[in-house]
Write a protein that binds this ligand. Structure first.
Ligand SMILES: [Zn+2]
Length: 63
């Protein structure tokens, strides 16, 4: 993690079973744009618990 504060690491949590399956980075610029619209990051990814593709939502920010 080179630049402090430039990016945030967030967990992606399955919206069906709440499993934390992925960790991703997003930069703060995009974060603020999305926040203004009231949007949350939602990505379709494979959940090994559900054994299918589900919507994954950003969860608590990790350090
Ligand atoms: Zn799941």
């Amino acid at each position: 993690m080179a630049k402090k504060g430039a990016r945030e690491i967030v967990a992606l949590v399955c919206s069906v079973c709440k499993s934390q399956n992925y960790i991703t980075e997003r930069n703060k610029v995009n974060l603020q744009v999305k926040a203004k619209k009231g949007e949350k990051l939602i990505v379709k990814k494979y959940c090994k618990t559900c054994k299918k593709h589900t919507e994954h939502k950003e969860s608590s920010k990790l350090k």
